[in-house]
Design a protein around this ligand. Structure first.
Ligand SMILES: [Zn+2]
Ligand SMILES: [Zn+2]
Length: 94
């Protein structure tokens, strides 16, 4: 009996997958359309004055280099994703 239980738990662990977008482990059974928060674009580095579609530079703002997500303009690399979807494992075709 003990042995059976253990192998059951192990196979449950085996089903855990790692999301290639957010790098979190998840179980496919609890993977929903809102499980994964991520940025669809890359974290980029470019000058603020190339960023006008996110906000207008004021006359006193220095045009220093900014790092931000190209999708939403978030400047914090740790900023939580602007898009939610289901997790994508490395096994799945994207
Ligand atoms: Zn984003
Ligand atoms: Zn994910």
């Amino acid at each position: 009996m003990e042995k059976e239980k253990k192998s059951e738990r192990e196979s449950e662990e085996m089903k855990k997958k790692v999301c290639k977008r957010c790098k979190e482990s998840f179980s496919p059974s609890s993977n929903t359309r809102s499980s994964c928060r991520f940025h669809p674009s890359f974290f980029v580095c470019r000058r603020h004055d190339d960023q006008k579609r996110y906000y207008e530079l004021g006359p006193n703002d220095p045009p220093y280099s900014a790092k931000f997500y190209d999708c939403c303009g978030a400047e914090d690399p740790q900023a939580s994703g602007c898009t939610t979807s289901s997790h994508v494992s490395y096994d799945d075709d994207d």
